[in-house]
Write a protein that binds this ligand. Structure first.
Ligand SMILES: [Zn+2]
Ligand SMILES: [Zn+2]
Length: 164
């Protein structure tokens, strides 16, 4: 989506807002496609004392399989980002700015990069997911199995030897 920012750059105090849906269903992460529904993007550009800042709000459903129990889960994500915009870049090694030479900004790539850099490293269906039993494979969130788990904990095995 192209964001036309000429009026923002030229008028102190000016704000411009744009909302759209971005379909990124074809992006795969670790071999899965977690963006089943489009991302709701709200972009806002604001000129404050001739400094133009872009604010992004992204909301989307993130579908993954739990790292511990393997069950598929959907998490609604809300992410916020901001970037400083400059018409021409001052060559001082400062890459905090995004260059907008013709007052036009292509938002899609910025949104996708921001989101990909902010995704969680771990995917858990819930913070206290109990995972699977290592003996019988039962999903322990759905109930305890009857396995004696103490016997397979190697740390306990070592302790037992000391006690004996
Ligand atoms: Zn889980
Ligand atoms: Zn079990």
């Amino acid at each position: 989506m192209l964001f036309e920012l000429k009026s923002v750059f030229q008028n102190d105090g000016e704000t411009k807002e744009l909302s759209y849906k971005l379909d990124i269903a074809d992006i795969d992460i670790d071999g899965v496609f977690p963006f089943k529904t489009p991302v709701n993007v709200t972009a806002k550009a604001h000129n404050r004392a001739s400094l133009v800042t872009l604010y992004l709000e992204c909301g989307f459903d993130y579908v993954r399989n739990c790292d511990r129990c393997g069950e598929e889960f959907t998490k609604h994500m809300k992410m916020e980002f901001s970037h400083k915009l400059a018409q021409t870049l001052v060559d001082d090694g400062n890459d905090d700015y995004i260059e907008t030479p013709d007052f036009k900004l292509e938002l899609d790539e910025i949104v996708v990069t921001d989101i990909l850099l902010s995704l969680p490293q771990k995917n858990l269906c819930k913070d206290d997911c109990k995972g699977l039993c290592q003996i019988c494979g039962q999903n322990l969130n759905k109930g305890e199995c009857s396995c004696d788990k103490r016997q397979i904990d190697p740390r306990l095995e070592i302790l037992k030897q000391f006690i004996d």
